[in-house]
Design a protein around this ligand. Structure first.
Ligand SMILES: Cc1ncc(C[n+]2csc(CCOP(=O)(O)OP(=O)(O)O)c2C)c(N)n1
Ligand SMILES: [Mg+2]
Length: 395
């Protein structure tokens, strides 16, 4: 038997071991026969035995809408990366490659549903009407999120891995207690976003157990992007993640996470199951993180460039573009106009970031408690005095 630790690089600066590379490659296979796919990487709409010819009914304007969503989301995501490299953001968390998984799920949510993101869900934020500039404060270190979670029906980002599964399950229980589950027009559900690595967290397990035992109307939406920083999927699980649901007693579905139509169809189905009292449901969106974990990470230390090249062939945006051109005869004017809109968004995003005021030194005290304790008041006064002692010094 091989040494169970052999996949861990002993020297983090050294090349990844053979076992580590193999672990990554095993995790990133085709997704298996259970994968729901409605739009192939070649841009051809296909039937699925569970969803029939659902994709064939998606009209040209609707598909153009999802294309636009994905292109604009990718554009401000790339701008976020560039702003970090230029010293304007402390960190950026890229979503590159996960646009279809997020837009498909995000567009399946109705105005009444509630969503709980982790930290990479910029595409879902976009679908909930959160302006991309509202994400900047988190990554510039000036606030913890500036949107109203209740108004947007989109909770603040959660950095503590898996923790939002507890929040989402609790929220979904509230929806049940308030009679919002059923056949009526007021029915609503909750969707909880997390990653493959998060499935190893206790919080996710507890959320699953509770939601199953009490029929909470929550869709657990796992974006399996194959990596949890440098840890490959193979080191999180011995079974495909969607199969875990069975052990908890609710359905699990694996969907092609790079196929916006499949993600939309499966998410709509799962949300409706939850709204009508058949929740919870687990969705595993099988996708790939095409960039680093964050701008602080260097994936060339632990995975092969070949793997990325393989996934580039499954690009979520390209397959929609091909379908729009080949099957629907959409001409260059549409693509040019989306390009132009994305340039405008990038410029606005950038200008907003550069113009963001630095918060004053009192902010670290003022936004934590409603009322400061006497001890914190004293600490604040001492800190402000100390800070003021630097005024007049050359910066
Ligand atoms: C409780 C907790 N443990 C560890 C971390 C450090 N950490 C940040 S991201 C991450 C990996 C998460 O991977 P995954 O769930 O697959 O999500 P992804 O980043 O791939 O979207 C870890 C371990 C953390 N934020 N919270
Ligand atoms: Mg991951």
């Amino acid at each position: 038997m091989s040494d169970p630790q052999s996949w861990v690089p002993t020297d983090p600066r050294s090349a990844p071991s053979r076992e580590h590379v193999l672990s990554g490659l095993k995790g990133t296979d085709e997704g298996g026969p259970e994968l729901v796919q409605l739009l192939t990487p070649e841009g051809v709409r296909v039937d699925d035995e569970r969803f029939g010819s659902w994709a064939a009914d998606v009209g040209v304007a609707e598909l153009q809408g999802y294309y636009r969503d994905m292109v604009l989301t990718r554009r401000f995501d790339r701008e976020g990366n560039a702003l970090q490299r230029q010293g304007q953001l402390g960190i950026w968390v890229p979503l590159l490659g996960q646009e279809a998984a997020q837009i498909g799920a995000g567009r399946a949510l109705t105005a009444r549903d509630m969503a709980f993101p982790s930290y990479r869900e910029h595409g879902v934020a976009w679908c909930r009407g959160v302006d991309p500039t509202e994400l900047l404060g988190i990554f510039r270190g000036t606030d913890h999120g500036s949107w109203d979670p209740i108004e947007a029906r989109f909770h603040l980002y959660t950095i503590v891995i898996g923790n939002q599964c507890l929040n989402a399950t609790g929220y979904a229980m509230g929806q049940r207690f308030e009679g919002k589950v059923g056949d009526g027009p007021d029915a609503e559900a909750t969707m909880c976003f997390f990653g493959d690595g998060a499935t190893s967290q206790g919080d996710v397990h507890e959320g699953f157990v509770w939601a199953a035992a009490f029929d909470a109307p929550v869709v657990f939406y796992c974006q399996n992007n194959q990596w949890a920083i440098s840890v490959p999927l193979e080191k999180q699980t011995r079974v495909p993640l969607f199969q875990r649901a069975r052990g908890y007693g609710f359905p699990g579905v694996r969907v092609d996470g790079n196929d916006v139509l499949a993600c939309l169809a499966v998410s709509r189905w799962a949300l409706e199951e939850c709204r009508t009292g058949n929740g919870p449901v687990l969705i595993e969106a099988f996708t790939y993180r095409m960039d680093a974990h964050t701008t602080s990470d260097d994936p060339s230390r632990y995975r092969l460039a070949d793997e990325l090249e393989l996934w580039k062939l499954k690009d979520p945006i390209e397959r929609v573009r091909v379908n729009l051109v080949r099957e629907l005869g959409v001409g260059p004017e549409f693509f040019d106009s989306v390009q132009e809109e994305s340039d405008e968004l990038a410029a606005r995003f950038r200008a907003f970031c550069l113009a963001m005021p630095d918060p004053g030194p009192e902010r670290m005290f003022s936004e934590v408690y409603a009322e400061l304790s006497p001890q914190l008041e004293a600490e604040k006064a001492a800190y402000l005095e100390y800070h003021a002692s630097f005024s007049g010094e050359a910066s």
